[in-house]
Ligand binder design. Structure first.
Ligand code: COA
Length: 332
């Protein structure tokens, strides 16, 4: 079995800023309500002509460059997204845009847990010695899928992408453990469903022809689920890593609500100066949120080589998971 180390990170958000004050001109809300309930102050949204593949490619190029590699060194691309430009997948468009000619590329859908699920999926290929350099991207443009007349959801989301590059090693292993969970019985708490209308092809044969609706969320249910399940899954991932909460240098949670982040830290007994949060600036960027926060903390030199990082995502499905890794790069 081979070892695995993250050797580069990158992130990208669209240029267009949307503040809480801007939102109060769109729906009946206020800066005060949004900030006090969620911790969000602003977020970025993609314009209609901007694509998910563009955003994901920008983040990827930065991650590959930090890793000291070229796109042609990449063997595998896993794109975690729920908002592809193409329902058949957008990973190959990212592959084309960055010029990763040798890479096999595919999409993975696990909503806001997507980055954690993609990192764990990619790690299996690396451990087995199948692929050496792997690009893992979390990217979403949820502004395409919120109902801009529904104040209970449209204020929560922003667009963005983050990426990391992992490399296999014969001698060093910095991917310490993980735990992934799913519960389809809770699907109706948060979903974005396809609604089918019958289309008659001929007598007795009618196929479905419809479209996706906008995000549907029962906020309180999701809140309760997150504060209960996220500490549990982090504890399990730590156990698998032969570590305890005391060993965590940095906790990076999916950035969905500052109150959820605070509550998880309290339940874990983790000091808040070990918790990374950038929700005020970006809102909930779904699969993008963890790698954007990671990349930002790396850029600010908060994360040092040898630091133990716990990441945890949760969201639609419902899905949730955590992964523990040691930061291996000396970028200073
Ligand atoms: N602006 C102003 N008022 C709003 C509002 C908005 N944007 N959205 C809802 N309200 C109102 C409600 O209508 C309600 O009014 P009422 O008391 O007159 O009925 C009141 O604010 C309280 O709403 P409630 O839903 O109880 O608020 P809350 O404290 O549960 O916060 C969320 C709502 C969505 C912020 C919170 O439940 C949450 O963050 N849940 C988790 C969501 C999440 O993380 N989703 C993504 C997971 S990946």
């Amino acid at each position: 079995m081979k070892g695995l180390t993250i050797i580069g990170s990158g992130s990208a958000v669209p240029d267009q800023l949307l503040s809480n004050r801007d939102l109060s001109a769109i729906v009946d809300t206020s800066d005060e309500w949004i900030e006090s309930r969620t911790g969000m102050k602003e977020r970025y949204v993609s314009l209609s002509q901007e694509t998910l593949a563009q955003l994901a490619a920008k983040a990827s190029i930065k991650a590959i460059s930090m890793a000291g590699l070229t796109p042609e060194d990449i063997d595998l691309i896993v794109l975690a997204t729920s908002t592809p430009d193409d329902l058949f997948g957008s990973a190959c468009q990212v592959q084309r845009r960055i010029g990763a000619k040798r890479a096999v590329a595919f999409d993975l859908t696990a909503a806001c847990s997507g980055f954690v699920f993609a990192l764990v999926t990619a790690s299996q290929f690396v451990r087995q010695g199948v692929y050496h350099n792997v690009l893992i991207i979390g990217a979403d443009i949820l502004s395409r899928w919120v109902n801009w007349e529904d104040r209970t959801t449209c204020v929560l989301f922003g667009d963005g992408a983050g990426a990391v590059v992992c490399q296999s090693s014969e001698t060093e292993d910095n991917f310490l453990g993980f735990e992934l969970c799913s519960d389809g019985t809770l699907n109706s708490s948060l979903n974005l469903t396809y609604v089918s209308e019958p289309l008659n092809l001929m007598e007795n044969i009618s196929v479905g022809s419809g479209g996706y609706q906008s995000i549907n969320m029962k906020g309180k249910e999701v809140y309760r689920f997150a504060v209960e399940k996220v500490p549990e899954v982090i504890e399990k991932a730590l156990h698998r890593s032969n570590l305890t909460v005391k060993d965590i240098d940095w906790l990076i949670l999916h950035q969905a609500n500052q109150r959820i982040i605070d509550s998880v830290a309290v339940r874990l007994g983790l000091n808040k100066d070990k918790v990374i949060s950038n929700i005020a600036k970006y809102g909930n960027t779904s699969a993008g949120s963890i790698p954007i926060a990671l990349d930002e903390a790396v850029g600010q030199s908060l994360i040092k080589p040898g630091d133990v990082i716990a990441i945890s995502g949760f969201g639609a499905g419902l899905t949730w998971g955590a992964a523990i890794f040691r930061w291996g790069i000396n970028y200073g």
